[in-house]
Design a protein around this ligand. Structure first.
Ligand SMILES: C[S@@+](CC[C@H](N)C(=O)[O-])C[C@H]1O[C@@H](n2cnc3c(N)ncnc32)[C@H](O)[C@@H]1O
Length: 250
């Protein structure tokens, strides 16, 4: 298999950190600091990407009772909780995240789910150990697409499925302007107003800035295919909600 080129999901964002080397620490601290507020922010501003949407996406991608799941970037557990409902056993779901703050929230909210600290680019799991791998709204935070996808392929059993949920930059000019105004201006301003002492405003500003700077869907699909996945596709709803799916051959 040809080695995929090394591509970051977005270029370094100088407004937030000095260079690529500082990005990992910046992202970890940002999620550590905002973990206790994350669910509230998500409920108010998620544009419908709540529990129902996550469960439907898991079902559409083929998650079924009895499967073993790894939820990468588990956060407070919004995807993992739905995965546990579908597979019927919290013990069959493992959540992974680099942020101790997020893992503490997930532990508090999701008893029975296995939790492990780690990053998408270096998964502490054996080869072929899961049937289904999910990642919700975190692909923009990995250092390099090919490194993460190579790890996803390694830990999935042959025939296993990967599902990546993301928000993408809308394509039309009007839709883009509307999304930029709402997600890039209104939401961060409301977060700063309602929680002036926390970093929720920075989190939501960063959320939009990384969406805006993110590589296009075709680049993500290209890297999934170049990492050895097949049946690679991206389904987009309302111009903004993207669900990438792919299968490990086998
Ligand atoms: C926006 S939250 C998403 C949480 C959850 N998946 C959801 O659907 O709400 C992004 C999560 O990605 C995690 N993250 C950041 N960099 C990561 C990396 N390199 N590998 C895995 N997770 C990462 C953060 O700590 C944070 O918990």
């Amino acid at each position: 298999m040809e080695a995929p080129d090394r591509v970051a999901p977005h270029p370094p964002l100088a407004e937030y950190y000095a260079g690529t080397g500082e990005r990992v620490g910046f992202v970890r601290r940002l999620f550590d600091d905002t973990a206790p507020q994350y669910d509230r922010i998500n409920a108010v501003f998620s544009l419908g990407t709540g529990a129902w949407y996550r469960r439907q996406a898991l079902l559409r991608a083929g998650l079924r009772p009895g499967m073993r799941v790894l939820d990468v970037a588990v956060g407070t557990g919004l995807v993992a909780r739905e995965a546990a409902r579908v597979v019927g056993d919290p013990g069959a779901v493992t959540g992974l995240d680099p942020s101790r703050g997020m893992l503490a929230e997930a532990r508090r909210q999701l008893p029975g789910i296995g939790l492990v600290q780690g990053r998408a680019e270096a998964l502490p799991l054996p080869d072929g150990s899961v049937d289904f791998l999910s990642m919700g709204y975190a692909l923009r935070h990995v250092a390099e697409l090919g490194a993460a996808f190579a790890e996803y392929r390694r830990v999935l059993r042959p025939g296993g499925t990967v599902l990546l949920l993301e928000i993408g930059r809308p394509e039309g000019r009007r839709a883009h302007a509307a999304a930029r105004f709402y997600l890039g201006t209104v939401v961060p301003a409301l977060c700063r107003l309602t929680a002036p002492r926390g970093r929720a405003g920075t989190l939501m500003q960063y959320y939009w800035d990384t969406i805006e700077a993110c590589v296009p869907a075709d680049t993500i699909l290209h890297h999934l295919a170049a990492s050895g996945f097949e049946a690679v596709r991206c389904d987009t709803a309302l111009g903004i909600f993207r669900a990438y799916t792919a299968r490990r051959p086998g």
